[in-house]
Unconditional design. Structure first.
Length: 127
């Protein structure tokens, strides 16, 4: 299976974990969105991001910058499991996918979802 197909399958799996997950995508180590999928009933995404969107203007690039800075503390604090950014309208979660730190799963969820439970389910499904 090609990497891109695997990432699309990963996005499908992630979207199936909880009905409150709005979007699942995979970014590279530069914050570029490689693949992504929205929940089928999302009419208007909160953030319009695609591989063609100017990279530095999308939320995934910002997630990458933030998580890459936090990874510097791993030798002292242990492995970084995920990063959560909570807004009024959405929760954004970034999960490292590889030990090389070159691929990350980015997930947006409705604000009412229990993030801890959803992230635990996602990690369990993708591990």
């Amino acid at each position: 299976m090609e990497e891109r197909d695997f990432f699309y399958e990963l996005c499908d799996t992630t979207l199936g974990v909880d009905k409150n997950i709005r979007f699942a995508g995979v970014i590279d180590d530069g914050g570029k969105l490689l693949v992504g999928k929205y929940r089928k009933d999302i009419e208007s995404p909160l953030i319009n991001s695609s591989p063609l969107t100017e990279q530095k203007k999308n939320s995934f690039h910002t997630s990458y910058i933030s998580i890459s800075m936090l990874k510097a503390f791993e030798p002292h604090l242990g492995g970084l499991r995920y990063q959560l950014t909570e807004y009024d309208n959405v929760k954004l979660v970034t999960i490292p996918l590889t030990s090389r730190n070159d691929r990350y799963l980015c997930v947006s969820m409705d604000p009412a979802v229990s993030c801890q439970a959803a992230v635990s389910k996602i990690i369990k499904k993708i591990s």
